[in-house]
Design a protein around this ligand. Structure first.
Ligand code: C2E
Ligand code: MG
Ligand code: MG
Length: 681
């Protein structure tokens, strides 16, 4: 959308440019750019004189816009001349004349009466170019003459100024090269119209009707060149503008106007070369508590406004505490924000964190609603320590995670205990990667029984890691870390493929009846578009009937579910596997929402089963409610974590479908499972 806005602006600008260019060209053609100068106008003409020589007698008559020189030749001499002088300078020898160099043609309208049939008129233009106009040589007047012939009717002479060259004889005289011989019109001091060398006695009358010099502000080829040049400049400017805007957009968050993740990283790279050593710097990482619930309750528009309102509050606080100039504020994604403040010591950081939490205590007014929000804030501080910005971010992120775990609406400073927690996680992630490489994972199989007659018709597949470095570390601990470090997809695929291999080798190859295998998959798979395809490929590769497979996803993973998650769940259903919601009851799914999830089974979390106590019937309400609602939605129920006969009995009385738990069987090695299943046949 944004790029199309650019395109729109660019096409509009180019269209406007082309329209202006066409108008300019048309204007040029119809003469809007023509200019003309009346050489007889009193504003340009300084004086008019007549001159005669060689038996001529002249008189000047200025009448009614006509200039007439009447000359009488009484007796012929060697050289007779009658001259009309138009002066454009007060001092024709040296002073400043008029500049006619921007004009392209001279037009003279004149007539002559003479005793001969044809009379020759010469036009002299005199300037003060030292190359050929020499003050003390009288003939130097003749340096740029055009000679033309007019008769007694009014004759119009139109001469292009380009055709005005210094006369040949004068060129020789003054040794002027061809390049210099073009008449220089920049400083014309005198123009003469001369009846030259009259040979026959009688009356000669020269009348000048009009005298113009005209031209165009710009010639058409020059105009075209200018348009092309301006077009080029416009395109360059538009491209630069677009590049700049794209750069700003790619580094700015459109909702809040803050930097985005890329913008922040670029800024840090530029200012600190990504190492924050030698700088005292505090990094604040925060997100909005239960933002998804706010979005679900009030809608996305209110959610967006709320984020903008929070940013505003934080910005106001920065200004109030004089920290704004030292700060860089960015929205990383969704409701996650990072604020970096330089020259901010530990004490100031704590003070600022307290104030942020405090300013957000009051509900925010957005779209006519008063919304109560809280944030969880993590703070990491570096005082010249040699760490990268990314490390500082992950410290602040860990501190925020910790603040959230400790109960939301508070801040937590990164400290040594957090540092060792991070070290533990990183180390564990390395061990998990190695375990994958060295095939150090194994599977346990936990039977699931029909509640009524305790037949083990299902089996839950549970992963274990046998490497020494992972001793005593259960999936409860390592699965979330595998998720954080991007290892979970490989682990899930390993579990699925190993299970399929086992089913194929033992059950399918030997035609044995197999139980349904319930495989746990991570919530991350609900964002992994490739997962359904990968599962289908493995099912086909190992020839597994999809009805033998149930995938368990935790109910909490659906809290963050979006369109992609639902699409993936539906794709899995299409493959033919069934889906179970694991640890049901811990994710606060509204019962009516169950209709939206394409699931077949609810696994009641063992904390609710543990509550089953004959002496305290109120605690059993939850299990009872889950089972009856599940029935009304045609969902299968499995009670997890059965540890006592009492729990089993109770689940039977409320007609729960299946049960699993240490009371009935612990997770088993595959060989033990086979023995167990055979025994229970
Ligand atoms: P879960 O899917 O709810 O698995 C059941 C967990 O409860 C298992 O722990 C099982 O040993 C334990 N359990 C079952 N019955 C009882 C009982 O009566 N009492 C007690 N105290 N515990 C019982 P485990 O194997 O440690 O797994 C923990 C969690 O780790 C699982 O919870 C599941 O969410 C995850 N997980 C396990 N294996 C995998 C796997 O292969 N892939 C993925 N993505 N997650 C797995
Ligand atoms: Mg499970
Ligand atoms: Mg469970």
């Amino acid at each position: 959308m944004i790029t199309s806005a650019f395109r729109d602006f660019r096409s509009r600008a180019i269209l406007a440019f082309i329209t202006c260019s066409i108008l300019a060209l048309i204007g040029h053609r119809v003469g809007l750019m023509d200019v003309s100068l009346d050489l007889l106008s009193p504003t340009t003409l300084v004086g008019i004189e007549n001159y005669d020589e060689g038996g001529m007698q002249s008189s000047l008559d200025l009448n009614n816009h006509l200039i007439t020189v009447a000359c009488r030749l009484s007796q012929t001499k060697t050289y007779s001349i009658c001259d009309l002088k138009l002066k454009y300078s007060h001092d024709e020898k040296i002073s400043q004349g008029i500049n006619l160099s921007d004009y392209q043609s001279i037009e003279i309208v004149a007539s002559i009466k003479s005793p001969v049939e044809r009379a020759n008129i010469k036009l002299h233009l005199r300037n003060n170019n030292p190359a050929y106009s020499v003050e003390d040589i009288a003939v130097s007047d003749k340096f740029n003459t055009i000679e033309f012939e007019i008769r007694d009717e009014i004759t119009t002479l139109n001469v292009p100024t380009k055709a005005l060259f210094v006369a040949q004889w004068w060129k020789k005289e003054r040794n002027i090269g061809y390049e210099q011989s073009h008449v220089d019109l920049s400083n014309i001091v005198l123009i003469e119209l001369i009846i030259d060398d009259a040979k026959v006695p009688g009356d000669y009358v020269l009348t000048l009707h009009s005298f113009h010099i005209s031209g165009e502000i710009i010639s058409e080829p020059d105009l075209l060149m200018m348009i092309l040049f301006l077009l080029f400049v416009t395109i360059v400017l538009l491209t630069i503008r677009q590049k700049n805007s794209l750069k700003i957009m790619s580094t700015t968050d459109s909702l809040t106007g803050l930097l985005n993740r890329r913008g922040l990283i670029l800024k840090v790279d530029k200012e600190f070369k990504s190492t924050v050593a030698n700088h005292s710097m505090s990094l604040f990482y925060f997100d909005v508590d239960d933002f998804k619930k706010i979005n679900d309750t009030y809608g996305h528009v209110v959610g967006d406004e709320l984020l903008a309102a929070i940013c505003l509050k934080v910005s106001e606080l920065l200004t109030e505490m004089n920290l704004k100039v030292h700060s860089s504020f960015a929205r990383l994604a969704g409701d996650e924000f990072v604020l970096m403040i330089t020259d901010c010591d530990n004490q100031k950081a704590v003070e600022f964190s307290r104030r942020i939490i405090a300013v957000l205590v009051d509900p925010l007014a957005v779209s006519g609603c008063e919304v109560k929000v809280g944030i969880s804030l993590g703070v990491a501080y570096s005082n010249g320590e040699k760490i990268t910005f990314q490390e500082l971010m992950s410290r602040a992120d860990s501190a925020m995670y910790c603040a959230k775990k400790q109960g939301k609406g508070q801040f937590k400073l990164f400290d040594d205990s957090l540092a060792s927690a991070i070290y533990f996680k990183k180390n564990l992630a390395e061990n998990l990667k190695n375990a994958l490489l060295e095939d150090d994972f194994t599977l346990r199989f936990m039977p699931i029984f029909t509640c009524s007659d305790l037949k083990p018709t299902r089996v839950e597949v549970l992963i274990r890691c046998k490497s020494a470095a992972m001793h005593g570390i259960t999936p409860d601990i390592f699965i979330p870390i595998a998720e954080d470090f991007g290892i979970i997809e490989s682990i899930d695929l390993w579990v699925i493929e190993t299970t399929f291999n086992t089913i194929n080798t033992y059950f399918i190859a030997d035609n044995r009846t197999a139980p349904v295998f319930c495989i746990n998959i991570s919530a991350i798979e609900l964002t992994n578009n490739n997962f359904p395809k990968q599962l289908k490929t493995l099912i086909e590769k190992h020839g597994i009937p999809p009805s033998l497979i149930e995938l368990e996803i935790t109910e909490t993973s659906l809290i963050e579910a979006d369109e992609t998650s639902f699409r993936i769940l539906n794709e899995l259903k299409i493959i033919g596997v069934s889906l179970a919601l694991d640890d049901f009851g811990t994710g606060y799914t509204a019962f009516n929402q169950l209709l939206n999830y394409p699931v077949d089974c609810l696994k009641i979390d063992r904390t609710f089963v543990a509550d089953i106590d004959a002496n305290n019937p109120s605690k059993m309400t939850m299990v009872n409610a889950i089972v009856s609602i599940a029935k009304s939605y045609n969902l299968v129920t499995i009670g997890e974590g059965i540890e006592t006969q009492e729990q089993l009995d109770y689940l039977r009385t409320i007609s729960c479908d299946y049960v699993q738990g240490f009371y009935l069987s612990k997770p088993l090695l595959f060989n033990d499972l086979v023995v167990f299943l055979n025994k229970k046949k």
